[in-house]
Design a protein around this ligand. Structure first.
Ligand SMILES: Cc1cc2nc3c(=O)[nH]c(=O)nc-3n(C[C@H](O)[C@H](O)[C@H](O)COP(=O)(O)OP(=O)(O)OC[C@H]3O[C@@H](n4cnc5c(N)ncnc54)[C@H](O)[C@@H]3O)c2cc1C
Ligand code: FES
Ligand code: FES
Length: 472
């Protein structure tokens, strides 16, 4: 069956192209829409930014995404907007520009020809969003357009101009989606229910599961891998569910960072703050927490947070479901305890009670869009002045994210004083043997780990003076 989607309102039917061709390659090489550029091909530079338009109950939402990381079957049934779809009307030989394009032109806000189209798309999506036009939100919206080598200040000035959003009518009708797309032996499954995905995965247990593709996408865009069988989780209804009860927040494995952020912000603001530093809007609009968990990366940002928060995974297969404490999920470097045919259904995070406090910290060379050197996530439960229980979890300190069990034990029953915290902080690094790599040296990581725990203490004793390096 053919894939079907629209670009700037024009229908596209795909029957004879490999399912591992990226949207960016399709735009540039197959239909010659060369306004969308290829810079890095790994989700960093933003030159390839396009927009997915989706109807909600009230209006149409425009989400910026990196076309270099998205495979064609992922946009099946979707409506896309590229830079060619903006400001393309001419009157009296003058281009009629979108308000954001005009602000950029009037204010000399421009980077090079590679970067500028992507910046326009990011700002167009920002103008459509409900985010207030603060400087922080403008910088956030531009964080996924990495280069700052020419006119960044004038671009920010352009984005500060009065917000006028003119909707591009790119959605004409609801499109159907395929259940499977095949091409020359490659198969791309798009199951719609839990039952379907469980069955397909048990039939093809060696196939590759794909959620947002912000991790896997690089194997297609950079390594040009021709994967034989892919199962996409993004259309499975049960995996897209977010459930909040009195006790816990449960996040389906196909829920994106952008979708879950308002919930995290309400329940675990420090976790939410860390998530806003994962990649960029383009990455968070498609990437998922469960994809992050499944990579089992020692520097996956959400993993130490989920460990400190006592989270539990629901694992699913054709044979039923089982629960696993997230801590027991990571076996060794990038190895999980998933068996053949099993996949993550959801992650549940227990809500904090009144005696518990949680904070998470990310240390990286750059504030936005950077991989962590160290992540520290800490939970503490008080019994009046004393520590009833604490969980100290780190990423970037070992081959898997893990707890500092000895330090936790040392603090239990002690008073929450600077003296006691200093004693523990100075010894924390003895529980780890971090590596030196291009992100940080082993010595730096060890020192940072202890210092982050001290920071946790100072944040809690005087929460009016948060120890932030930037004004949030
Ligand atoms: C530019 C850029 C910046 C990034 N910045 C950060 C960052 O700051 N911090 C960070 O931690 N990460 C970062 N990442 C990595 C990536 O965005 C995250 O790991 C993301 O959470 C992956 O989610 P996904 O849905 O895109 O997963 P995918 O790429 O679709 O999949 C990742 C892995 O999970 C498996 N998988 C997916 N769903 C399931 C499931 N339900 N059950 C079992 N296995 C499954 C896949 O088979 C694959 O092995 C960045 C990536 C890019 C490209
Ligand atoms: S080409 Fe750089 S983000 Fe896609
Ligand atoms: S690479 Fe485009 S402005 Fe720097």
């Amino acid at each position: 069956m053919a894939l079907q989607f629209t670009i700037n309102g024009v229908s596209q039917f795909i029957e004879t192209i490999s399912p591992t061709v990226t949207l960016l390659d399709y735009l540039r090489e197959h239909i010659s829409l060369k306004g969308t550029k290829e810079g890095c091909a790994e989700g960093d530079c933003g030159a390839c930014t396009v927009i997915i338009a989706e109807r909600t109950k009230r209006d149409t939402k425009y989400r910026a995404i990196n076309s270099c990381l998205l495979l064609l079957p992922q946009v099946d049934g979707k409506h896309l907007l590229t830079v060619e779809g903006l400001g393309c009307k001419f009157e009296n030989r003058r281009a009629i520009l979108e308000p954001i394009q005009k602000s950029m032109v009037d204010g000399d806000g421009t980077q090079c020809g590679f970067c500028t189209p992507g910046i326009i798309m990011s700002l167009y999506a920002f103008y459509n969003s409900s985010k207030i036009q603060t400087d922080k939100n403008i910088h956030d919206a531009l964080a996924g357009n990495l280069c700052r080598c020419t006119g960044y200040r004038s671009i920010v000035d352009a984005a500060r101009q009065e917000r006028v959003f003119t909707e591009k009518k790119v959605i004409s009708e609801n499109l159907s989606t395929v259940a499977e797309y095949s091409h020359e032996g490659q198969r791309f499954f798009k199951p719609k229910t839990l039952k379907e995905i469980s069955k397909i995965y048990s039939t093809y247990p060696s196939s590759t599961l794909l959620a947002g593709g912000t991790d896997l996408g690089l194997s297609f865009s950079k390594d040009r891998q021709v994967t034989q069988t892919i199962i996409f989780t993004g259309d499975v209804k049960e995996l897209g569910i977010i459930e909040e009860t009195n006790k816990a927040l449960t996040i389906g494995s196909a829920v994106t960072y952008s979708e879950i952020l308002p919930y995290l912000d309400k329940l675990f603001p420090s976790f939410a703050n860390l998530v806003t530093r994962i990649g960029s809007d383009q990455i968070r609009n498609v990437g998922t927490i469960c994809g992050n968990i499944a990579t089992a990366s020692p520097i996956g940002d959400t993993l130490p947070c989920l460990i400190a928060l006592n989270s539990q995974l629901k694992i699913c297969s054709n044979n039923g479901e089982r629960k696993v404490d997230i801590e027991d999920f990571f076996i060794s470097y990038r190895k999980t305890n998933l068996k053949k045919g099993e996949f993550i259904k959801s992650v549940s995070i227990p809500k904090l009670n009144a005696t518990q406090k949680f904070r998470a910290y990310k240390v990286s060379k750059r504030y936005d869009q950077d991989i962590s050197a160290v992540i520290g996530a800490f939970l503490i439960e008080f019994n009046q002045e004393r520590v009833a229980k604490t969980i100290i979890a780190f990423g970037g300190m070992d081959s898997t994210p893990r707890r500092a069990l000895h330090s936790e034990k040392q603090l239990t029953g002690e008073t929450w004083t600077e003296e006691n915290i200093n004693k523990v902080s100075e010894k924390i690094s003895e529980e780890f043997k971090p590596i030196s790599d291009l992100r940080a040296s082993s010595t730096y990581r060890s020192q940072v780990a202890g210092n982050l725990f001290k920071r946790f203490y100072f944040d809690l004793v005087d929460s009016n003076k948060p120890n932030q390096v930037v004004d949030l």
